[in-house]
Design a protein around this ligand. Structure first.
Ligand code: NAD
Ligand code: TYD
Length: 347
């Protein structure tokens, strides 16, 4: 059994690669990644040398490359994590999001049609449902909610989902989709909220809070996301969409305080010592107010549930960044971009 995992050098794809390569030693796992600024081969370093793991550098939107690759490798399955994933960047360069997230997904599915596939799994996001009002805490997104996006990022992900469903209906491609809430955990690029707070608190630098910090996100530990994808990919029904989320909503400002306190405690500083770093800045344009995901279908149909309490997950995450300061230092300085040259230039 051979699976191509696109975007496996990124945050969630990387954590999934660790999970899959270690849990399925008799299956072949190929990571296909373009190594954009967000892709980091150091994340996959612990897998180097394993018999069931390979890395291939390439662009999911490069049709000639993708068709040649599928012709040669004939994968049984594809899991598509590859994407431009940061909302703030999508406000600056929407077209890049259209290219990678929409055209890239379509290109992969065309190759799957041409060469045959058992399963194409699309890793999507809860952001495709748009946002909910803060005061309506009774409302959650389930799989029946329509796609109603806000940012160029979420619009590109929602468009890709529509293409995935169309490729099933029109061409009979065996697809599935998962839509997860915000993830946190090891190997997270420090442009996203939680690793940004950790890295800036460690460096004693100001921590930017957009608007009033009242926006709400629903946080899930990344390994729980990886396990959910594994379950859906193996046992989820074809053409179905599954929401993934841990019913764990936090206001941004509250989560920032929890992270700062955890950093202070683990560094032996007085808890709260770094609260003065909090700096309110201009709000993000079109900023979604609240995400809240209902994952009952996944829990009932496939028996998934989150394994970690949030406080435990945050402590584990901060500890990981402290124990792996080299990974963070390299990412922050940009040195990780030289790693591919070092590791692969003579191969
Ligand atoms: P990430 O930005 O950390 O990683 C994306 C990876 O894709 C990188 O390794 C990058 O090099 C690669 N990539 C980008 N363009 C490519 C291309 N054209 N060809 C091949 N590879 C390319 O993202 P992430 O946070 O790990 O997110 C992974 C997936 O999960 C995305 O599809 C995202 O929409 C989705 N998602 C993310 C979250 C979250 O909280 N981060 C939540 C729900 C869903
Ligand atoms: P982010 O991690 O970018 O994820 P998303 O926008 O996809 O949910 O941001 C999480 C929340 O934190 C979001 O409401 C924006 C906010 N935020 C800040 O307040 N300051 C920051 O520096 C960043 C990156 C995000």
């Amino acid at each position: 059994m051979k699976t191509i995992v696109t975007g496996g050098a990124g945050f969630i794809g990387g954590n999934f690669m660790h999970f899959a390569v270690n849990n399925y030693p008799d299956e072949e796992w190929i990571c296909l990644d373009k190594l954009t600024y967000a892709g980091n081969l150091e994340t996959l370093e612990p897998l180097e040398g394993k018999k069931n793991y390979r890395f291939i550098k390439g662009d999911i939107a490069d049709r000639t490359f993708i068709f040649d690759l599928f012709r040669k490798e004939k994968p049984d399955r594809v899991i598509n994590f590859a994407a431009e994933s940061h909302v703030d960047r999508s406000l600056k360069d929407p077209e890049l999001f259209l290219r990678t997230n929409v055209l890239g997904t379509v290109c992969l599915m065309d190759a799957c049609r041409e060469f045959g596939i058992e399963r194409f799994h699309q890793v999507s996001t809860d952001e495709v449902y748009g946002d909910l009002p803060i005061e309506r805490t009774d409302l959650f997104f389930n799989e029946e909610n329509p796609i109603k996006t806000s940012s160029p990022y979420s619009s590109s992900k929602g468009s890709a989902d529509l293409f995935v469903l169309a490729y099933h209906r029109t061409f009979g491609l065996p697809v599935s989709i998962s839509r997860c809430s915000n993830n946190y955990g090891p190997y997270h690029f420090p442009e996203k909220l939680i690793p940004l707070v950790i890295s800036r608190a460690l460096a004693d630098e100001s921590i930017p809070v957009y608007g009033k910090g009242e926006n709400v996100r629903d946080w899930l530990y990344v390994e729980d996301h990886a396990r959910a994808i594994d379950m859906i990919f193996h046992n989820g029904k074809i053409a179905e969409t599954y929401n993934i989320g841990g019913f764990n909503e936090w206001k941004n400002i509250d989560i920032i305080k929890v992270v700062i306190n955890t950093v202070d405690r683990l560094l032996g500083r007085k808890e709260g010592e770094d609260m003065n770093l909090i700096t309110y800045v201009t709000d993000r344009k079109g900023h979604d107010m609240r995400y809240a995901i209902d994952s009952t279908k996944l829990q009932k149909e496939l028996g998934w549930e989150p394994s970690l309490q949030f406080e435990e997950g945050i402590e584990k995450t901060v500890r990981w960044y402290l124990d792996n300061h080299e990974w963070l230092d390299n990412v922050t300085s940009g040195d990780y971009l030289k790693y591919y040259e070092k590791m692969y230039s003579n191969r």
